[in-house]
Ligand binder design. Sequence first.
Ligand SMILES: [Zn+2]
Length: 278
Amino acid sequence: MKRWVVCLLVMSSLSYASPWERVSTPSTAPAQSVGHYANGCLIGGEALPLDGEGYQVLRSQNRRNFAHPSAIRFIEKLSRQTFATSHRRLLVADMSLPRGGQFSSGHTSHQTGLDIDIWLQLEATPWTKEQLQKPKPQSLVDLDYYTLKKDQWRPEHFELFKLTATQPDVARIFVHPVIKKQLCELEEGDTVWLQKVRPWWGHHYHMHVRLHCPEGSKDCRGQKAPPKGDGCGSELASWFPRSVPVEKPKKAVQTKPKPRPKKIMPPQCEPLIAQVSN
Ligand SMILES: [Zn+2]
């Protein structure tokens, strides 16, 4: 391909990037998560090292392996603990951009360095660089029948969810309703930890771990605690269709996606992208 064509392609792909995606390094001030998970930024972020104990980083080429330093310590500890008991590795997917902030597509949250996606494949053998850069997700849920893929479920999944939810740093874990149902059924003792496990669409091959605002981040805005109780009863039932198999929706008429409402960014975030916004 001619060099100018390549240049044009690079320029056009860059023009779709948000200002936050065009910054490749974290800022150097003391660490602060600023604003809300879905409207904020990250000062003094840290990268999750690519070669850690008990985990591997997916798609590091996208530079979404940044987070608040306390979140980095959290993942390192969770991975070490998981590996020590199961000899399986966590596959850590998107966290935040080097300075947090908005993505041009995909996530609405993950903006403050406190949201972490972890795939649920629990690998015993380390993945190659090629596999990590172009990973293939493996769902735990049969989405047509709304049932668990029993051949994919491992006892280590239950242990991972319970270990994660019982960490004091964790505010919520988002996961597909079918997976929450399985956790509810397996827990024979105290179900209090299941309060933090929140059913949400899409999370059938990964879990999304959301941490509380870290100490010292005075401009960080957390979220109301989840409703009281373990959520295993009527709340969970409301996520399930009344009969299975689920009728496939008729082909939807293509409509223009509604533009996301413009949010007012916390003023502390603006200087982080001052050089690339203009
Ligand atoms: Zn996520």
